[in-house]
Design a protein around this ligand. Structure first.
Ligand code: APR
Length: 232
């Protein structure tokens, strides 16, 4: 079965009402990104970081998957599909995609600050004093700047065996996520759907890259229709 690798960034969720990062002057919902998304930020002001992610987690109740998330699910009718996302929202899950790798963590999970392997599902607010089973404070299960990306190896393995790649709504500024496309086998088809595409070093070296300069709900939908209508 032909394997499609979907690489998504904040732009795919923009039309669901979730802000992107670099469209807002380096601020994330009004905050300096390093204050809310780094170990230093957590050490400086735990209350601010907890409150920030509580708000992001609550926002998930007010948003829904859009036509692009749903089209990606539809691709499973004919292809093996693996979604590798930089997003921490759950919109791919709610659209029904079966195989999802979250490179930068998930809003609906928390983990122990004392034992990284203790990860819990968490859909409510997280407070100071909420502890893991071993008695350590819990923190958002988010990969902050400067931290390891534990899912990177499995993402690379998937990319090495892909046939068709669709990059959607990412500025390709954050590594190692932006370098994953370098693992696409030679000869694979690569599409990039973004109204303001940023052609990174990795992408510029890819002969045959097809840029679809559209919003995700338009560009992904029409590309998926085309892929589903292919004879083979
Ligand atoms: N459809 C498709 N793409 C869109 C849309 C849309 N409707 N609206 C905006 N975009 C594009 C922008 O043109 C931009 O290229 O989405 C991209 C968003 O880029 P960023 O804000 O940089 O988001 P992303 O690439 O996902 O950021 C990567 O940075 O701060 C970290 O960890 C955070 O995962 C995040 C990472």
């Amino acid at each position: 079965m032909t394997k499609v690798i979907i690489l998504t960034g904040a732009g795919i969720s923009a039309e669901s009402g979730i802000s992107t990062f670099r469209d807002a002057d380096g601020l994330w919902e009004g905050h300096d990104v390093m204050a809310v998304a780094s170990p230093q930020g957590w050490n400086d002001n735990q209350a601010l970081v907890l409150d920030f992610y509580n708000q992001r987690r609550r926002q998930l109740h007010d948003v829904s998957p859009n036509a692009a998330h749903k089209a990606i699910k539809d691709l499973e009718q004919k292809y093996e599909v693996v979604v590798i996302t930089q997003n921490v929202d759950d919109l791919h899950e709610r659209a029904g995609s079966k195989h999802i790798i979250h490179l930068h963590g998930e809003l609906n999970k928390v983990r122990s600050t004392g034992n990284q392997t203790l990860v819990y599902e968490w859909t409510d607010d997280l407070h100071a004093g909420d502890l893991c089973d071993e008695g350590h404070q819990l923190r958002p299960h988010i990969v902050w700047f400067g931290e390891m990306v534990p899912m990177l190896d499995s993402a690379i393995k998937q990319c090495e065996t892909g046939d068709i790649f669709i990059i959607i709504g990412t500025s390709m500024q954050v590594y190692p996520a932006a370098s994953l496309i370098a693992y696409a086998p030679l000869g694979s088809e690569i599409y990039y759907v973004d109204p303001k595409p940023h052609i990174s070093y990795e992408l510029s070296n890819r002969y045959g890259l097809k840029v679809i300069k559209e919003k995700a709900t338009v560009g992904v939908k029409s590309l998926v229709d085309e892929l589903l209508n292919r004879k083979k």
